[in-house]
Ligand binder design. Structure first.
Ligand code: B12
Length: 345
């Protein structure tokens, strides 16, 4: 039964498939502490269903097994060029929640069919109240690295995680152990020192949080470190030496959106709502909406310090969306400051 599920998962394009029980993950108390300390920032949804998040049986009563899956993704590393933005690799594809839904549905149906009448299965890809990385580690798919993401010895860390909770009983695999050793490259690589200690991330400082999840104004003291990143950040992941084992992104490759490898910031800033929706359709960036993405574009332009962005920023400073206007005004001040200092120097 187990090998048939695994084989089907690989046929469907997943890179790895491992099994664990539906017992609460051992690291569950860390979630409690993390939430109590407010390290989740504005992500109140993480606290709302914390109870479920640590107990898969509250998600699917009668669950016996969790099938954990990995799908590799990849996109070229980008180097900073004036007025070009950087988008995290995962987002330079069609939205993975959509891409992985189809193979997950198929695998889920296959498991139900194998289990026969009465078998129930639920699939998730970042979409459910589960501690995905911890379950994947217990299933032996990889280990949670010091940057808090799952690293696989066969795939590195450019992987998405997905799971199928099922009432079907399958023998669990052997858990993986941590293999970071004395390496701390990811901690050093973080531009905002968001990894406050090994395995501990203060989301409120993480550029991924600031540019994707945060709905309001980006704290001024953190804006310079964002550089020209306009959506997410990959620095801690890119630093991981296990990436030498990265594999071709089978499922995600056909869904690459190469136009986001080096997007022109001034052009993005001119997008109105309809233009934004058209340009970003199908990508995860759509969820951050025009107001969030253009807020980030203003910060990135400020950080490039290029005076040629001033006309576009002056237009954005009158944008009806106050969040964009505020960040545009800040960007203008920053660029003017830099240009004045340069002229004096
Ligand atoms: C909320 C969230 C975020 C938040 C918070 C991230 C975080 N580390 O928690 C923000 C917005 C910052 C974020 C960013 C990113 N995310 Co995210 N995110 C999630 C989400 C929805 C929940 C994570 C969660 O439960 N956090 C809770 C806190 C408590 O977790 P934690 O601080 O890491 O602590 C855990 C462990 O580290 C451990 N632990 C804690 N303290 C200690 C101490 C010791 C001593 C030890 C041993 C262990 C330990 O126990 C904790 C409980 O799980 C998951 C999907 C899911 N449902 O799991 C995706 C997920 C983790 N994200 C993902 C991705 C791809 C990213 C980004 C790479 C995107 C990008 N390029 O910008 C970045 C990476 C940033 C980073 N270094 O984590 C992938 C990661 C895939 C992988 N290989 O692991 C996931 C799994 C989604 C998916 N299905 O693929 N994300």
């Amino acid at each position: 039964m187990k090998s048939r599920i695994e084989q089907r998962a690989l046929e469907l394009g997943f890179h790895a498939c491992k099994f664990t029980t539906a017992a609460p993950p051992e690291s569950a108390p860390h979630l409690d502490r993390w939430l109590t300390e407010g390290r989740h920032g504005e992500m109140a949804w993480l606290a709302r269903n914390a109870q479920k998040r640590v107990d898969p049986n509250l998600v699917l009563p009668g669950a016996k097994c969790i099938v954990t899956l990995a799908a590799a993704y990849d996109a070229p590393a980008t180097s900073p060029v004036p007025n070009q933005g950087v988008v995290a690799r995962y987002a330079r594809h069609a939205d993975y929640h959509d891409v992985l839904a189809e193979p997950l549905k198929q695998l889920s149906a296959y498991i139900d069919q194998l289990g026969g009448a009465g078998t129930r299965s639920l699939w998730y890809v970042d979409t459910g109240p589960l501690l995905e990385r911890d379950l994947a580690q217990r299933a032996g798919l990889g280990f949670v690295g010091k940057h808090t993401n799952l690293i696989s010895r066969e795939l590195g860390n450019w992987i998405f995680l997905a799971e199928i909770l099922t009432t079907l009983e399958v023998e669990p695999d052997v858990p993986e152990k941590n293999r970071c050793g004395s390496c701390s490259r990811c901690i050093t690589a973080c531009p905002t020192q968001a990894i406050t200690a090994p395995f501990q991330l203060d989301a409120r400082r993480c550029i991924s949080y600031l540019t994707i999840e945060l709905k309001g104004s980006i704290p001024v003291d953190l804006r310079p470190a964002i550089g020209n990143r306009i959506y997410g950040c990959d620095d801690c992941l890119a630093a991981c030496p296990w990436n030498r084992f990265a594999k071709e992104a089978r499922l995600m490759k056909p869904h690459r959106r190469a136009e986001f490898d080096a997007p022109n910031l001034i052009e993005l800033l001119s997008l109105d709502t309809a233009g934004f929706k058209e340009r970003f359709a199908g990508t995860p960036m759509l969820r951050t909406k025009r107001r969030g993405v253009l807020r980030n574009v203003c910060v990135a332009l400020a950080n490039t310090g290029d005076a040629s962005a001033l006309p576009a920023l002056r237009r954005a400073a009158t944008d009806p969306e106050p969040l964009i206007a505020e960040h545009a005004r800040w960007a203008i001040e920053r660029i003017e400051e830099v240009t004045t200092t340069r002229a004096k120097g």
